[in-house]
Design a protein around this ligand. Structure first.
Ligand SMILES: Cc1cc2nc3c(=O)[nH]c(=O)nc-3n(C[C@H](O)[C@H](O)[C@H](O)COP(=O)(O)OP(=O)(O)OC[C@H]3O[C@@H](n4cnc5c(N)ncnc54)[C@H](O)[C@@H]3O)c2cc1C
Length: 381
């Protein structure tokens, strides 16, 4: 893929940075489950916690293509760090940038974009995952304030992030149009967090419940008009899906490079296993699918930068890249044989980390729903 000299320079810097400061810690953090503050702090220093926010609000003002390529490098080094970076950049910051007032941008977006604070996105509830618009948490007006009650589940960065973008029901009669978005500070009275979930992978990216009990906030913390919460959330998820597609590409690339090196060095029956077609064709399939996934995600990012519709392309990229990550990580374990099943080698972690990319920010089934709806809509036009 052709990149401009500026993009190439940024990418080389980020690649070296991730190799030196993030990758060496990944296995240790996966095992301990410690939250990766050190890595996030280092990324904040080079401007990657506010990558696409304009400089006037404290961000780095990168285009979406450059940011996507940086995210691949971060996720290749450590997918746990990568998802925290993807969420804060792709969801809260995009929501505030697109729908926040000038005052809200100054108060809430700027500290996020400077990397002084981390952002979280709170949509899912125990009874509403894929069917997100059926959420039950409530927001009730009380004079100039709102009172928020309810529980969000599976919130990435829960209890660690400082800024929460939360969708609650403000009108029980209006379905998806009865949901409103609010921004909350972690230290607000009535806001509490559960313990980190014990998960298959992404051990360092803590995921908790976010509990709201009689949380009182002023109307100035409402993002966009009342009833627009699902529009705010879903349109931001389009950008988020490019991020998850690149997370999947990063995981796949890491597994691919490990498998390629192992196949080149491991000998059986008197030759390198890379010389057996059964292995070399796996490597070829991995390389091809990763290349296609990356191009799809970058094309969605390019459309976003050109301010053209990209919802279908973002869903296609997320679907294909996440299935690719799972395919590549599974084949990488196979190339490593018994060693692939061992914690001593990184492909075991990539195999566990890859699975989530098919689930969050819309499962593969939901991506197929989004894509098929759009494909048939194209036919009607
Ligand atoms: C590690 C992790 C981090 C997460 N981080 C966040 C976060 O930061 N913020 C947040 O808000 N949420 C987060 N989530 C929640 C995540 O987005 C949801 O888990 C996901 O959207 C699926 O919802 P669900 O788990 O309720 O599954 P369900 O919706 O119950 O789905 C169960 C199964 O049914 C399928 N299904 C459902 N509806 C249909 C349909 N119409 N057609 C075909 N199949 C269907 C699904 O694809 C899936 O296979 C996270 C989840 C995890 C595991």
């Amino acid at each position: 893929m052709h990149l401009s000299p500026d993009q190439t320079a940024i990418l080389e810097t980020v690649r070296d940075f991730c190799k030196e400061k993030i990758a060496p810690l990944a296995s240790q953090y996966d095992r301990s489950g410690a939250f990766p503050w050190v890595q996030l702090g280092a990324l904040a220093e080079i401007g990657l916690l506010g990558a696409c926010v304009p400089e006037e609000f404290g961000g780095s003002g990168l285009d979406s293509v450059t940011y996507a390529l940086c995210l691949e490098e971060i996720c290749k080094a450590d997918a746990s760090v990568g998802v925290l970076v993807s969420v804060t950049n792709g969801l809260p910051q995009q929501m505030l940038l697109r729908y926040g007032t000038q005052a809200q941008k100054e108060q809430w977006l700027t500290p996020l974009a400077r990397g002084e604070k981390l952002g979280a996105f709170c949509l899912t509830e125990s009874s509403s995952g894929s069917d997100a618009a059926s959420l039950k948490s409530t927001g009730v007006r009380d004079g100039d304030d709102w009172i928020l009650d309810g529980q969000k589940v599976w919130i990435t960065g829960g209890g660690k992030a400082q800024t929460y973008l939360v969708m609650v029901r403000t009108n029980p009669e209006k379905g998806a149009r009865g949901v409103t978005c609010f921004v909350l500070d972690k230290d607000t009275a009535g806001l509490t967090f559960g313990k980190p979930e014990a998960k298959l992978g992404l051990h360092a990216a803590h995921t908790t419940t976010v509990n709201m009990s009689n949380v009182r906030i002023p109307d100035s913390q409402r993002i966009a008009p009342e009833g627009h919460g699902m529009i705010v959330a879903l349109s931001s998820l389009d950008a988020g899906r490019i991020g998850i597609a690149m997370q999947a590409v990063g995981i796949a690339q890491a597994a691919f490079e490990a498998a390629r090196e192992y196949a080149f060095n491991r000998e059986q029956f008197g030759s390198r296993i890379a010389e057996f077609e059964g292995i070399s064709f796996k490597i070829a399939d991995m390389a091809t699918r990763i290349h296609a996934s990356r191009l799809m995600a970058l094309e969605a990012a390019r459309l976003k930068d050109a301010q053209l519709p990209y919802s279908k392309e973002a869903s296609m990229a997320k679907l294909f890249a996440s299935e690719t990550a799972n395919f590549v990580a599974k084949e990488a374990v196979q190339v490593f044989g018994g060693n692939g099943y061992s914690r001593e080698y990184p492909v075991e972690r990539h195999y566990r980390d890859a699975k989530i990319t098919e689930i969050y920010e819309g499962t593969s089934e939901i991506q197929r729903l989004v894509i098929s709806k759009q494909v048939f809509k194209d036919l009607k036009q």
